[in-house]
Design a protein around this ligand. Structure first.
Ligand code: GDP
Length: 620
């Protein structure tokens, strides 16, 4: 835990206020410092980079349920998350061994793009915004209106992203999963796919906490935004008020003299949607998004899965080059020769160019979402690199800090409530102290911890008693005396002093004391069974006329009343009689009258099972 007077870990307040009531921004607005992170950063290194004390960072990680010691290596995703919380813009260090393809040995042959080969590519767009403001509806509307009919009827297949074709011939690729959680999750994996973020704001609701969060996420990713003021078909719609709120949050709309592009739309009627798409393309033009379709493809896995009849499939987004059938693809620890490519309309295609989402078949396993894929010069290269990556991934997993799971929390709790016997040992000479300690070490227990809080040669002093009192310990006195007043003081303080002359007696006693801390083990022994032959309702109560079928029963036995093997009562015998006389025991085959405490509902045929509970001294 950080000391009470520790410096606050929180980042400095944002330079510009973003909202009248700040909503604990995940990433502060305003100018941000950039931090370059290595794939593997230790807690200590990260603390230095962030300029915080390591112990404060450890405490912060604990709040994220991550137990990490100072020298523990942090997963890059976690390091990035923490750094972003501290207001840093994170860049990952580009180290050859941490890209999808290690550059040692034989190099991956990548040609530099010639300027004349660079072609405009469709922008990749993510839709963000507050819940229920219409992100999904808007995406649906865009797809419905703009999907060009293909052979399979133009039905959009879910492959993580889809491309809409405009009448002008231009195209826009939309990532399927709206919301900043997915957006940032991809980013956390190092996949900054999005070129443009569309922030959806409902015109009847205005800017909400998640809208602000979405804006922060887009700003943190340095992704230009287009604001879609949605639901303008509603009578309560007030687009001007949304613009006002935007301006108040540092995003002055274009028509108010600022730079923020705002589009009034309705996902329901389709009004304004076409215009918004044009604005996206305009923004893309300004950004001069280009890629070389002639080179070997590379891109990112949006999602991957094992599909029946298809094997491992990866829905990828090609970022550069053209992915073709038969290409040797490497993605993390997996590789494969592309057997089939399926586009976002479920059609088999031969190739997929820049900004195109496509499902690929033929990989050796299911790659991680967010992973980078790259087409290699040949199968062997891809296969060898995949094998190397597999080994590296394994190594990194082994070094990953332990995450606190429910299970480990439970273990920690068990640890806390683990029973402990604390002792103070005083003996005549140091040799005796060693001998006793050695003997105590021989007591093995998983359930009780023996904690020698103090040991030494010499008489028992008042200080020993005080220490024992303060730490709830007992004092073991081995062949030594006590200083004056010790006995009286111990009695007064309630401290137990045990005296021994022989080592094994001391060891046995300590062992017994440790076992004594444990709850006794309860063992049940069945004594016998009786069958109810007849039920008598007497003035004194209900008596079951029984016959002992096996074993025996004695007065005050515990018993269960069993009916059709189910227990209908579990209690204690009240009286046991034979021929009008109370008896202490009945044996096999004897008839008897039985009354049971708090139970009268006997039925003929009930079985009474008598048992006793033995309390056994538990094993350490
Ligand atoms: P999401 O949570 O942001 O994905 O929001 P949804 O797309 O699920 O939409 C939430 C609700 O708003 C749904 O009931 C939609 O039908 C409704 N909705 C979305 N867009 C519009 C719109 O332009 N006009 C109207 N009237 N309702 C809309």
């Amino acid at each position: 835990m950080p000391p009470a007077n520790a410096a606050p870990v929180a980042p400095p307040p944002p330079a510009q206020p973003v909202a009248p009531k700040p909503v604990v921004p995940a990433v502060p607005a305003g100018p941000q410092k950039t931090l370059t992170l290595k794939a593997v950063t230790s807690v200590k290194e990260l603390a230095e980079l962030l300029g915080v004390k390591p112990n404060l960072l450890i405490a912060e990680l604990m709040k994220m349920n991550i137990l990490a010691s100072i020298n523990e290596r942090l997963d890059i995703k976690i390091a990035q998350q923490v750094a972003e919380k501290h207001g840093f813009l994170v860049e990952r260090e580009k180290k050859p061994e941490h890209t999808a393809v290690p550059m040692h040995k034989q190099e991956l042959k990548e040609d530099a793009d010639k300027p004349e080969d660079l072609q405009p590519r469709p922008p990749i767009v993510t839709v963000l915004g507050h819940v229920d403001h219409g992100k999904t509806s808007l995406l649906d509307r865009i797809r419905k209106t703009n999907v060009t009919k293909g052979e399979s009827g133009g039905i959009t297949q879910h492959i993580g992203a889809s491309t809409v074709q405009m009448k002008s011939g231009q195209a826009i690729t939309f990532l399927d999963t709206p919301g900043h959680a997915a957006f940032t999750a991809m980013r956390a994996r190092g996949a900054n796919l999005t070129d443009i973020a569309v922030i959806v704001v409902a015109a009847d609701d205005g800017i909400m906490p998640q809208t602000l969060e979405a804006i922060k996420h887009a700003q943190a990713a340095k992704v230009p935004m287009i604001i879609a003021i949605n639901k303008i078909d509603l009578p309560a719609a007030n687009p001007e008020q949304v613009k006002q709120q935007l301006a108040a949050n540092g995003l002055t709309p274009e028509d108010w003299g600022g730079e923020t592009i705002c589009c009034a739309v309705s996902a329901v009627t389709g009004e304004g949607v076409e215009h918004m798409l044009e604005m996206i393309l305009l923004q893309a033009e300004i950004m001069e998004l280009r890629a070389n379709p002639k080179r070997r493809a590379k891109g990112v896995v949006i999602e991957a899965q094992l599909e029946q009849g298809m094997g491992p499939t990866a829905n990828v987004l090609v970022l550069a080059g053209t992915l073709k059938l038969g290409d040797a693809v490497l993605v993390g620890a997996h590789w494969g020769r592309i057997r089939a490519l399926i586009n976002d309309r479920g059609e088999r295609v031969k190739e997929a160019g820049p900004s195109t989402p496509v499902k690929c078949l033929g990989l050796s396993g299911v790659p991680e979402a967010g992973g980078e894929f790259v087409v290699c010069q040949d199968d062997k290269f891809a296969r060898d690199r995949a094998a190397e990556n597999a080994i590296r991934v394994k190594g990194e997993q082994m070094n990953a800090p332990k995450k606190v799971s429910l299970e480990s929390l439970y273990e920690a709790l068990q640890e806390q409530i683990r029973l402990e016997l604390k002792i103070i040992l005083k003996a005549d000479v140091q040799g005796s102290v060693e001998a006793v300690l050695h003997g105590l070490e021989g007591i093995k227990s998983e359930k009780v911890v023996l904690n020698v809080i103090l040991s030494g040669a010499g008489n028992i002093t008042a200080n020993d008693v005080l220490l024992a009192k303060a730490s709830s310990a007992i004092i073991l006195q081995f062949r030594v005396g006590r200083e004056a007043n010790v006995a009286q003081m111990a009695k007064h303080e309630g401290v137990e002093i045990r005296q021994y002359d022989i080592i094994y007696a001391l060891i046995d006693d300590v062992r017994d004391s440790m076992a004594g801390l444990l709850p006794p083990d309860l063992v049940e022994h069945v004594l016998g069974h009786a069958e109810v032959l007849k039920v008598f309702s007497l003035s004194k109560g209900t008596v079951a006329g029984c016959i002992m079928k096996d074993g025996h029963a004695y007065s005050r036995s515990k018993l269960r009343v069993l009916r059709a093997k189910a227990t209908v009562h579990d209690g204690t015998l009240f009286s046991l009689r034979r021929f009008e006389n109370d008896v202490s025991e009945v044996k096999d085959s004897q008839e008897c009258g039985i009354r049971v405490e708090n139970f009268t509902a006997f039925q003929e045929g009930d079985i009474l099972e008598f048992y006793e509970i033995e309390k056994k001294t538990p094993h350490l």
